[in-house]
Design a protein around this ligand. Structure first.
Ligand SMILES: Cc1ncc(COP(=O)(O)O)c(C=O)c1O
Length: 410
């Protein structure tokens, strides 16, 4: 298969149709035609509620759904397919762990360690767990290079730590955290570790056994899949000892008037009718990614991001928020035009067909730590090109020239 950039963009109907410069992949990626067709085919040929019917159509729908669980297990190198739980999104996966594991395994004076760069979905649930269990929520802070220094890991993770929950890649800074090292250190102290792979799995190969992660979560929609499906990986022995998060149909074994026994993994954690079309789309997204291969994806992205870093660094009116070492950086670049509100910048770029995100990126504690309210964020995927970067730079020049007279007036 020939993966020149021209061909890759052609696989994405929205990019073809709208002719935009789409640089908001950290929020959600565009979907290739292969994913869209897989959903269409499901509804045309296989639609039935999995696990519910004895008739052959429902059995086929069940088989399709379960095949994708197996595909995901292989994709992230999980030992067992029942270690893969489907959820609505990364947020629900994290809430499941917080409620089902955190609430039941923490006690007064235990400690939960997260980092200051966490998305609210990996922060607010832990605040609640800490309040209810009277445990303590501690933060690992970043240095001037937007990275978590080793001393911070060693100072914050102690014998009292029971849970470490950390993002693999920051959705604001693009910093790649050394999660393997953090997991190893946390395990020495007896803590369980949750990895938020939402911003890493679109770009880098994940191997849960090599990482030795206790839990790892992500959303499908940031890696070409439809909106509305997330994944939770957990080690089988840990998941087996957890109580269900949501109760209802399909997660039970026997229900009596006053008591219920629960289904085994993975059904125990999948109550109610699932978003089957999104699961089917996630299967097609994984096929698409594997067809290109992570090596190729990284090769393309490294070149474009390197170029973006160089071009943006030339704009003396910008402040950039990213690690200086490009080996330690992926996916997103946050920046501000000094003195101009990010929403104004994003609105000017929008008039030129350039889509970037502006705001606090669901990371208010990080913003406060950096002493700012918000940033502009350009986030990249393998279909982005150097031309997209050039468009961004032209747009920023235009925004700066429009606003500079107000900046100097103060
Ligand atoms: C690092 C990180 N974690 C979690 C999430 C939450 O993802 P979702 O909104 O799909 O639940 C996001 C979304 O931007 C994210 O960037």
């Amino acid at each position: 298969m020939n993966f020149n950039m021209e061909n890759i963009k052609k696989d994405f109907p929205l990019l073809e149709e709208r002719k935009i410069t789409y640089l908001d992949n950290g929020a959600t990626t565009q979907k290739p035609i292969q994913v869209i067709k897989a959903i269409e085919e499901f509804y045309k040929k296989y639609n039935a509620n999995p696990h519910r019917g004895a008739y052959s159509l429902s059995v086929e729908a069940t088989q399709l759904y379960e095949q994708i669980r197996e595909k995901i297990a292989k994709f992230i190198n999980a030992k067992h397919s029942e270690e893969i739980i489907f959820s609505k999104n990364a947020t629900e996966s994290l809430n499941l762990i917080a409620y089902s594991y955190g609430m039941n395994n923490l006690k007064k004076d235990d400690e939960i360690v997260i980092s200051i760069m966490e998305h609210h979905s990996n922060l607010v649930p832990w605040q609640k767990v800490a309040k209810i269990t009277e445990s303590k929520l501690k933060y690992m802070y970043i240095n001037d290079n937007y990275e978590i220094p080793d001393e911070e890991i060693e100072n914050k993770i102690t014998d009292k730590t029971k849970i470490v929950s950390i993002t693999h890649v920051s959705n604001v800074l693009g910093t790649i955290n050394n999660v393997k090292k953090i997991i190893k250190y946390a395990h020495k102290k007896g803590a369980k570790v949750i990895i938020d792979a939402s911003q890493s799995i679109p770009h880098v190969k994940i191997d849960v056994q090599d990482l030795d992660a206790d839990f790892l979560i992500f959303s499908g929609h940031k890696m070409l899949a439809p909106l509305g499906v997330g994944v939770l990986y957990g080690k089988k022995e840990i998941l087996n000892n957890m109580t269900p998060f949501l109760m209802g149909g399909d997660m039970i074994e026997y229900v009596h008037e006053q008591e219920t026994t629960y289904a085994p993994l993975p059904n125990k954690f999948e109550a109610g009718t699932q978003n089957v079309e999104a699961v089917i789309g996630l299967g097609a997204a994984i096929d698409y990614i594997e067809n290109i291969g992570y090596n190729k994806i990284q090769q393309i992205e490294k070149e474009v991001i390197k170029y973006a870093r160089q071009q943006l660094a030339k704009l003396d009116y910008l402040t950039l928020y990213m690690p200086s070492n490009e080996e330690n950086h992926c996916g997103v670049i946050s920046f501000n035009i000094n003195g101009v509100h990010p929403h104004d910048v994003a609105s000017i770029l929008d008039t030129l067909g350039i889509c970037i995100r502006s705001g606090n990126h669901c990371a208010q504690p990080l913003m406060r730590y950096l002493g700012i309210d918000s940033t502009c964020r350009a986030s990249f995927y393998f279909y982005n090109t150097k031309e997209d970067v050039d468009n961004l730079v032209k747009g920023l020049d235009k925004a700066y020239n429009m606003f500079k007279k107000y900046i100097t007036k103060g």
